[in-house]
Write a protein that binds this ligand. Structure first.
Ligand SMILES: [Zn+2]
Length: 751
């Protein structure tokens, strides 16, 4: 979520006030001034962020966030500030407090009570966190544990004659044993090695996952993909990119395996590794061969087959033994069949020693995260570059890194504490009300959309009504509110004092085993992909589920005692956005139970495409100020799905709120009181102001220009102004003149 640098707008602050003249303040009933703590602090934040000198009909985002931008600079070491990342900082502070407080001293609340089992669970997360925070110990240990893992590879998992690695590791006699002449083509040995590596979460040659199958989302299924490559496949054709990658692999072999050189004071530390280039070539050449294989038209969706059948396709691996040992199953979807067919030949042309190097590289790539920053940072930095991010990697503060580690490994345990100290059943109940209200509004609006023919409308409503929602936290596997369920869930994951590397390794192996154990089991529809503290919301096209973790239900999106117009502008908009994803340019291809299915008549599908094009053209016109003040365009095609969802979300949330308000104008049931200091703004206006303020984001120009290529979300300014300009409700609320910048005659609309 991002924003463009502000552009100058004439000061027309008077206009905002004058729009209110004909709207007497309703003080009757329960709709007086809101003086709850939530209201007072929300009002203060809203006032502080707004720049009322700006005409809301010219640049609404600047009107709502202008003062925030004036006083905010992206701090050193960060790429952006504000918006959801600001909420994340608040959440991480809470998690940090949980991780550093004596479990016995955390009281918790009645709504989500804690007990002795919860506290015992928390000790596990605290051990992990403390092991991460002990930087001096991690620094002193250095690369030793990783070298031990490499020794394990060389001596036990995959010993070879003439190992290139053995001479580099102290304490290994070469040859370690007398392995057969060719290991790469010895099916039993190769299979055993892969089984061992995969148990540790290392996946060379094959990549395994368990997920829903889009033709049968009710069932979890094992997928076998080709082994991962270090950079995207297209870069193996790009000489410059390949050279950079080769250098990275060489440098990293040197860093992890080179000699430390002199450590005498005054002498420069040197690291030498004579054959680093040779090692790098083994890795990059193998991956280049893989990258050349044509994988198109080979998604593996409908390729569920027995392990015996897999043996026919790729006889290099003993599939029945491999599947049984890793996922206790005898069938899988074999994606990338061209790769599997080619693998025996690739292995025939690979030396054992070369394959061992390739395995070692995978071990380094997975286990480096348990080492000190000296080893971690160059790897993370390159991973960022490989994702296409140019020059924006920032090393997180150590404490943030460790909170992230604990969240990743034992997030649900921390989630129970988060619910207990920062969330309440009242918030959950009110959050649900918003979700229900937006969903019913969606139903009504689908009934009115005149461009849908009856057949498509019926199917759209069917899909809407089939959406499953998971609110605040996972109810099953694990049930986050139950300490016992969490204890069972994490039972096999052991955390040890002072063993950061081991803790990360065990956590990774545990996660992999947990994932693979789901193969062949029914899909968990009461679970949540995210932990409760996650500041996020999700729509999974299959199996047609939406998720709203407790973490997204906080200010400025939501507060239990805030007026509804603020909550609907915040959380309501997010709910509408997620529902709309199920009907955007990607989601529309999935049916009510999440199967890929065409539920559109041709004529309606054509109208959808025409309407979508309107958004593409509109957002293509938005520009941001990039590095060196260059003007850069938003990519309307890349961001289409998010833009459709922003627009649908805004419309549905507004209609949902106004319907509720109209049904209760005196505030007898719903809180729609006015805000102190903001009485001159109508509720409608404040709905939009709060919506915009959830997207007060300041980014560095470099980050913005990167995200323009990579992020499917438009920059924050385009998100807010694009959707507002398309909204007749917005134009009415601010009385924007026809053809004002924020009220163009041509408006785009799908949902
Ligand atoms: Zn989205």
């Amino acid at each position: 979520m991002k924003l463009t640098a502000p552009f100058l707008v004439l000061s027309l602050g008077v206009l905002a006030a004058s729009t209110q003249r004909d709207r007497p303040l309703p003080n009757a009933g329960g709709n007086g001034l809101c003086r709850s703590q939530d209201c007072v602090s929300s009002a203060k934040a809203i006032i502080q962020n707004m720049n009322t000198a700006i005409d809301p009909c010219k640049d609404f985002h600047e009107f709502a966030c202008g003062s925030y931008f004036k006083r905010t600079k992206v701090p050193k070491g960060k790429n952006k500030v504000g918006g959801l990342s600001a909420v994340e900082i608040t959440t991480n502070k809470i998690i940090h407090r949980i991780l550093t407080t004596d479990p016995k001293k955390i009281k918790g609340s009645k709504g989500y009570p804690l007990n002795d089992v919860s506290r015992k669970n928390l000790e596990k997360a605290q051990l992990d966190f403390a092991s991460c925070m002990d930087e001096s110990r991690i620094n002193a240990i250095g690369r030793r544990p990783l070298l031990n893992d490499l020794k394990q590879l060389i001596t036990k998992t995959f010993p070879v004659r003439n190992s290139l690695l053995a001479p580099l590791l102290p304490g290994i006699k070469t040859p370690v044993e007398t392995p057969p002449a060719s290991q790469a083509t010895d099916r039993d040995r190769l299979t055993s090695a892969l089984i061992q590596l995969i148990k540790d979460g290392v996946e060379p040659l094959v990549d395994m996952t368990v997920t829903y199958k889009s033709t049968n989302p009710a069932l979890q299924q094992l997928y076998i993909f080709q082994g991962r490559t270090g950079i995207a496949r297209r870069y193996y054709e790009d000489k410059k990119a390949l050279k950079t990658y080769r250098k990275h692999v060489k440098d990293m072999f040197t860093l992890f395996l080179g000699t430390s050189g002199s450590s005498k004071p005054g002498k420069k530390r040197t690291r030498t590794l004579k054959n680093a280039k040779q090692l790098a070539n083994y890795v990059v050449d193998h991956e280049s061969r893989v990258a050349k294989i044509n994988m198109t038209g080979d998604p593996g969706e409908n390729n569920l087959m027995t392990a015996q059948k897999m043996n026919e396709i790729n006889p290099a691996i003993d599939w029945p033994r491999f599947l049984q040992a890793t996922a206790k199953t005898d069938k899988a979807s074999m994606a990338s069949q061209n790769y599997q067919k080619a693998l025996p030949e690739i292995l025939k042309n690979t030396t054992d020693a070369g394959l061992q190097v390739y395995f070692a590289w995978h071990i380094i790539n997975v286990h480096y995260s348990g080492l000190s920053a000296k080893y971690r940072v160059p790897m993370d930095k390159f991973a960022s570059l490989a994702r296409g991010e140019v020059g924006i990697y920032k090393q997180p503060k150590h404490v943030d890194h460790c909170v992230g580690v604990a969240n990743r490994n034992l997030g649900a345990i921390l989630g129970q504490f988060y619910l207990s100290v920062a969330f309440s059943p009242e918030m959950e109940k009110k959050g649900r009300e918003i979700i229900d209200a937006v969903q019913s509004t969606y139903r009504i609006e689908l009934g009115k959309a005149d461009w849908l023919d009856e057949a498509t409308r019926k199917n759209a409503i069917k899909k809407l009504e089939a959406i499953d929602e998971v609110v605040a936290y996972s109810r099953f596997d694990p049930n986050v509110a139950s300490a016992q369920s969490l204890a069972t869930y994490y039972r096999t994951l052991k955390m040890r004092k002072n063993d950061f590397y081991g803790n990360q390794k065990r956590a990774r192996a545990w996660r992999k085993a947990k994932k693979l154990a789901k193969a062949g089991k029914p899909t968990n529809r009461r679970g949540m992909e995210d932990d409760p503290q996650e500041v996020n919301a999700l729509n999974l096209f299959y199996p047609n589920q939406i998720f709203f973790p407790a973490g997204i239900m906080q200010k400025p999106m939501f507060a239990a005692h805030n007026p509804e117009y603020l909550n609907f502008g915040g959380l309501g908009h997010i709910v509408g956005h997620e529902i709309t994803h199920g009907f955007d340019n990607n989601g529309r291809f999935f049916g009510p139970d999440g199967k890929i299915e065409n539920w559109w008549t041709n004529a309606t599908a054509t109208r959808f495409e025409e309407k979508a094009k309107c958004y593409v053209d509109q957002y293509n016109k938005f520009t941001i100020v990039g590095p060196e003040r260059k003007s850069l365009h938003v990519n309307g095609t890349l961001t289409l799905g998010e833009n459709i969802s922003d627009n649908g979300g805004l419309k549905m949330a507004f209609k949902a709120w106004s319907t509720r308000f109209a049904s209760d104008p005196k505030g007898l049931r719903y809180n729609n009181k006015l805000l102190p200091g903001l009485q001159k703004y109508s509720r409608e206006q404040l709905f939009f102001i709060n919506l915009s303020q959830t997207l007060c984001v300041e980014d560095t120009p470099k980050y913005l220009s990167n995200m323009l290529r990579l992020d499917e979300h438009s920059p924050a300014r385009a998100r807010v102004n694009g959707a507002a300009a398309n909204s007749p409700d917005f134009a009415r609320a601010f009385k924007c003149k026809r053809n004002a910048k924020m009220n163009p005659a041509k408006k785009c609309e799908i949902w």
